[in-house]
Design a protein around this ligand. Structure first.
Ligand code: ZN
Length: 442
């Protein structure tokens, strides 16, 4: 049962830090012994001397996504297949997917951490929750589903895709909670607005959005568009799936279930550990997983850590909302650009809808960057249903967006205003970047 203060598991989530650190060290030692005794990959790499304290973790080698691919499908598993209760897999944008497995005990841990973030976001037993994450090999749908069942919610397993059906279900079933990727939720909000549905009519109270980085601007758009409080949630299948961390009502960073997943921040290039408050790549070590223990897994996600107490009373480490993935970082004319920075700059412009496309053309000697944006229908109508560049309002909007992007990115980009609903909407994870190269990859 959730406590009156809205904390699912106060004993774990509000445990004093020194006590938690002792628990982390004990669990880390267990995990290292478990991994070394059962997985050849770890036996060959882990030093034989025991870890004395949590700082010793920094001496251990990293595990990378490439290691999972190299040992595809089951090479890093620490238990026999007969002890695996469930398999999930990542989407595998390049070649083979990454296969992960769970014992029934691991599934239990997953449900527990998902229950924590659901309750932190305002979910309560008895709530009806609409799960619009994809079901199947992707961990999003089933992760939310089981966590919500653990809390005692009524689950609508709507899955992703088919926007019209989502709108119908949201209107007719009137859920209290919504789980979706932020880009898909924006698309749903826009479609509902076209149907003339006012956000207040829906009865949504809380939403949990993750599986892609998003900004404060998207938060505002989701909250006005759907009439709910929007919370960030984070996870990855290699560690467990959604539920690694999530925002509480203070929404001042995402609380990590650090009694199960030990976080570090390292410099992406050198792997050097960075202190709390410094931005770098998130590295996670599982402390309780048995099927697929992960030692110092390089997530590729860029964030900062804080161990300061939160006003909600939870004592767990918090991570800042993601800046982006190290993989998603574009280097354009020597400048590092995260698509989330483009989004952040665009979403403060009231005349634009929250959809954009970043087109990087690298076929010329100097890359050309075009940002395609879409004015809101009201703006389009004010301009007489066209975007004639000779119109003062059109020219001014274009100039305003160009200046904002230049200031945010430190880079000049070309801005193209597109007609309403011409930028593709997402029914899952959004594609915001198109790179054109000589060999036309991506
Ligand atoms: Zn908090």
């Amino acid at each position: 049962m959730a406590s009156p203060e809205g904390i699912w598991n106060p004993a774990a989530e509000c445990q004093p830090r020194p006590e938690r650190e002792r628990l982390q060290l004990a669990r880390l030692r267990e995990t290292l012994a478990w991994a070394a005794s059962r997985v050849a990959f770890y036996r060959e790499r882990l030093p034989s001397e025991p870890v004395r304290d949590l700082e010793d973790l920094a001496r251990l080698p990293f595990t990378r996504k490439a290691d999972l691919r190299e040992h595809y499908p089951f090479g890093l598993f620490a238990v026999d297949q007969t002890d695996i209760a469930r398999i999930h897999a990542s989407s595998g944008t390049r070649g083979k997917p990454t296969v992960v497995g769970y014992t029934s005990g691991d599934l239990d841990v997953w449900n527990e951490v998902m229950a924590r973030v659901l309750v932190a976001a305002g979910g309560r037993p008895g709530d009806l929750v609409h799960v619009a994450y994809g079901y199947g090999l992707f961990t999003g749908g089933l992760g939310f589903h089981q966590g919500a069942e653990r809390v005692g919610m009524t689950v609508v397993p709507a899955s992703s895709g088919n926007t019209a059906r989502h709108c119908l279900l949201l209107r007719d079933l009137r859920p209290a909670g919504l789980g979706a990727t932020p880009s898909f939720a924006l698309h749903i909000a826009e479609t509902l607005a076209e149907q003339g549905v006012k956000p207040g009519e829906l009865g949504l109270r809380w939403g949990m959005f993750g599986a892609e980085p998003w900004t404060q601007g998207v938060r505002r758009a989701l909250e006005t568009g759907l009439g709910l409080r929007a919370h960030d949630v984070y996870g990855l299948s290699e560690i467990v799936g959604p539920g690694v961390s999530g925002e509480c009502e203070a929404r001042d960073g995402l609380h990590i279930a650090d009694d199960h997943f030990l976080p570090e921040i390292v410099e992406p290039d050198t792997g050097r550990p960075l202190p709390p408050g410094r931005q770098g790549e998130l590295v996670l070590t599982t402390l309780t997983k048995r099927a697929l223990p992960m030692i110092r897994y390089r997530t590729g996600d860029i964030t900062t850590l804080s161990v300061e107490p939160c006003r909600c009373g939870r004592t767990s480490a918090r991570m800042a909302r993601l800046v982006g993935r190290a993989d998603d970082m574009l280097v354009i004319k020597g400048v590092n650009v995260f698509p989330s920075e483009v989004e952040g700059a665009l979403l403060d412009v009231a005349e634009l809808v929250p959809h954009y496309l970043l087109v990087v053309d690298r076929r010329a000697t100097l890359p050309r960057v075009e940002v395609q944006v879409e004015p809101a229908p009201a703006f389009f109508e004010r301009c007489g249903g066209g975007l004639d560049p000779a119109l003062a309002a059109v020219a001014m909007l274009r100039e305003q967006v160009t200046a904002r992007l230049r200031a945010a990115l430190g880079l000049s980009v070309e801005v193209t205003l597109m007609e309403p609903r011409t930028i593709p909407r997402s029914e899952g994870k959004a594609v915001r970047v198109i790179e054109r190269t000589e060999d036309a990859r991506r």
